[in-house]
Design a protein around this ligand. Sequence first.
Ligand code: IPM
Ligand code: MG
Length: 370
Amino acid sequence: MAANKKLLVLPGDGIGPEVMWEVRRIIDWMDRRRMVSFDVSEDLVGGAAIDARGVPITEETLESAKQADAILFGSVGGPKWDKLGFDMRPEIAILSLRKQLDLFANLRPATVLDPLVDASTLKADVVRGLDIMIVRESTGGIYFGEPRGVETLPDGQQRGFDTETYTTSEIERVARVAFELARQRQNRLTSVEKANVMQSGLFWRQVVTALHQREFADVELSHMYADNCAMQLVRNPRQFDVIVTSNIFGDLLSDLASMLTGSLGMLPSATLGAPDATGRRRALYEPIHGSAPDIAGKGLANPLAQILSFAMLLRYSFGMAEDAALIERACTNVLASGLRTADIMATGTARVGTGVMGESILRELDKLAA
Ligand code: IPM
Ligand code: MG
């Protein structure tokens, strides 16, 4: 049995805890089979932490995140905490984790599993076999740029402002992750900005072009304006392999891309830091979907994105590609057998809740591992 791996689980708010519970059952299943033993600790983030401790995330939690081998995050936020003011947003939990652990490369895949090809609002012919990887920069840009604020002007009106900023090294390190991923895939990278409007966009394009010539000339690189990219993602999404873009454009385009697949409830993501001397990267894994307060606590949520985020964690942080593939296969098989949560229902399939979906995946794992 491998040495214990330190896993920090942060379920958060809304549907976070209920979908995370299904992952805990898979972890127990792996423990029982002696595949691996995890040191799992769990902590509060987001609204749950605000209620219990008065802040969206404590220093202690950030410290244990720094010590963990990997972090599995649920989702944060909800109407209950909407009125607490800008410094008390539950979202600060995830933003602080990204920033303080320097997790700068947010990998957001958009893949269409065959059994779900009809769940997309786009025609099956357009999305069948879709496999895009969006690499979103996640510690810079307008999310963190200074100056930011609201000021009062001499004429008495107010002015709100934020700053989009990127340095050479911030662009290079995220582009490097994207070029390397492209090499392992179809070797094509699209770099996305607004070089026609923004200084920082033109700069982004120049830095990516120079890096390409220096280190990645074997990868096919193209550049695209962000608005055109949004349009192309809907028109012909399969033209893309890997996309690299800024924090804000990545936020928008990854929501768009995820919906090509039919359900936000399906998609995992990984956010990676720089490799240390041993090649190990700090990493956080989370579903792309939010806390879905409207269905929280009803047992309706789709646990697949959280489970697939855990599979991604096994693959990228713990080098357990086979176990990751086993879990992914179990998910696909359960979908192929016709079980669906409400968000991915189609005619001729059977509707189940969170618990039955989780249970079915465990049974499928039993079968596959027999
Ligand atoms: C995401 C979310 C976050 C973001 C929010 C919750 C701060 O939308 O992970 O895409 O904007 O980055
Ligand atoms: Mg988002």
